[in-house]
Design a protein around this ligand. Sequence first.
Ligand SMILES: [Zn+2]
Ligand SMILES: [Zn+2]
Length: 818
Amino acid sequence: MKEYRPQEIEPKWQKVWEEKKVFETPQCSEKPKYYALVMFPYPSGTMHVGHVKNYTIGDIVARYKRMQGYNVLHPFGYDAFGLPAENAAIAHKIHPKKWTLDNINTIRGQIKKIGITYDWNREVITCTEDYYKWTQWIFLKLYEAKLAYKKPGAVNWCPSCQTVLANEQVKDGKCERCGTTVTMKYLEQWYFKITDYAEKLLEGLDRLPGWPEHVKTMQRNWIGKSTGAEVDFPVEGLDRKIRIFTTRPDTIYGVTFMAIAPESPLVLELVTEEKKKEVEEFMAKVALEDRFKRTSLDVKKEGVFLGRYAINPLTGEKIPIYVANYILYEYGTGAIMAVPAHDQRDFDFAKAYGLPIRQVIKPKEGEWNIQEKPYEEEGIMVNSGPFDGLESTKGIEEVTKYIEEKGYGKKSVQYKLRDWLISRQRYWGAPIPVVYCEKCGIVPVPEKDLPVKLPENVEFLPTGQSPLTLSEEFKHTTCPKCGGPAHREVETMDTFVDSSWYFLRYVNPKLEDKPFDTNDVNYWLPVDQYIGGVEHAVLHLLYSRFITKVLYDLGYVGFDEPFKNLFTQGMIYKDGWKMSKSKGNVVSPDDMIEKYGADTLRMYILFMAPPEKDAEWNDAGIEGVNRFIKRLWNNYYKMIDTVNSSEDTECEFGKEEKALRRKLHAMIKKIKEDIEGGFKFNTAIAGLMEFNNQLSDYLETAKKPNKKLLREIAEKIALIISPFAPHMAEEMWHDLGKETLIVEERWPEYDESALMEEEITIVVQVNGKVRGKIVVPAQLTEEQIKERALESVKKLLDGKEVVNTFYVSGKLVNIVVK
Ligand SMILES: [Zn+2]
Ligand SMILES: [Zn+2]
């Protein structure tokens, strides 16, 4: 019998697929379209099996949809600019371009060995001129739409990466890339005005039922919308008001002090002479603290009285103003009305500084000791003048209305989302396409002059200033407007700008005069299935949605959400850790392919756990899957021998044949449901394993295996496994005598009538005594079986009342009568 030799058959079929261009996607087709997309990688180093998981899931989807008759777009590319490449290049003392392109060549070779169905003609590499030209074009479009602007301000600075970071790239006060504690720096920087899209980004989430709920929640929380009121508190003795934002205007009668963020210019404006020294010392101290930590709930609340009072506009009451460590300047207005009775942080501060705690909301039922614990829930308004007795939710509306009527303030919506900081002081990125002219100021580079090329001979070691400043040749240019001397922007764009639109470029990767063709992207997008890691929930996925919405508003695309369905796969761990070179626990796909073949690797990765869950790599596990594949192979070639033998066994199906055929069709049905119902590839493979055992039993015990049945099984098995283990499926199909390529075949349908054949015998009891037997189709529901049981003993029950019926699954029904 033919032996299983993946090292021979896998390269063979990969070559055939490539030569016959089976994975090239025609731009137009009569078939319905399906865009299957995996998040493209940073080409930093080689791939490990964790990456393979992402690409294998994508490939199953692409192959399955292809077999269902779709015109499938399944492209691949590389997020090739950015710090990982630059840092690695510095460490290895080679140019980032060479380092990146070398890695891309390695990765491409690795992927080809896995047998993924990418259309390599559509490969996109973001660091190439023909790509970043259009990233710069996107910048210009945003600039024209007044959505790209430059402003000075405090920014997050990573001292290790020597560059600024967007808020989204700071996790718990640390650099998302390297884990270094982020500090503040004052710099003039370029921003994208994502805040203009806060409401649209929120609203769009409601139209994405195909996204995981937790990802949508993360985006909603990141955007952080809160509705409330802005209120002006006059300062006593000064012609000055302090504007605050509150989500709880219903508690305004409980304000007993005000608190201002240490970074707010208001502090020095309001502080009295006597308090100045104390306040300045406090501010110097806070400036050294981590601003993410200092605002957390459990940190000690500290502050200093400014010597100044504000007036509560609703009560006319005088309230002290403090500078306090727990207020952040970036959120709201940087000043708050403090209501210690109904807010934990205000409560802690009031306790520490002996400030009054006045209850203005009481629970609807029961008592609450406000001196012990703040009451933060909804309730009934008390001590609130004309609003006493009102429910607090209603109170929010009523008080806001009153504030508006009196001119004290207005209804207001606030977002936590801040504008997207896109300048980077690093070398390996797309230059920001603007020049600075003494006469004309900021002048965008005209579209016809794109790309602004990234010079190659630049000293790119991080120094804190942009490496491009060191290139005189790059820096000096002429003003596109007046022709006078000008200098170029020396900063480069955040790589998240590159990846915010790459899914559009795959549609027309070689177009020279446009980033993409509007008709073509409107045909292919939105992406039908996007697959990637959940770590991108508020970075890449939010930015891509934003850029798509901008392009939609500018009329370049006809859809405003880029990804219809999103699947976030779990990670693969080894020895309990994320795979990394430094931990020495990287499992290389090349080693596994050499040892077991790509089909085993693919199957094992899908079998180890539900794909959305993290999973631990286990050498015994891949061994086990490999043994299964070999058993399946052996069964298959036994079947082929029978099918091809001259002996005539095409007789009627006996009981065993019927049973096996039923199991075959039950498996086809199960695998279809597993794939379509949330990518349950692990249970799909388990179903295949179970069937293979049943097939083994049949092949071992049948005196004369039925030719007709085995031919059917052989055909169906090859088709079913082809998305999972495509190379062996192709080989099997060929050896079955087929002349087509299995990748171009259709996914098999299951035969409903084959499923119906299984019958089970049920004992019918009345009050515990056996009264008969019924034979019923196995797929009946419990209710249907009970009904048939009742029907069968109807005569015996005449005139008696049925109290209850019990069903023991697959065995008996007991009817209790009296
Ligand atoms: Zn860093
Ligand atoms: Zn000029």
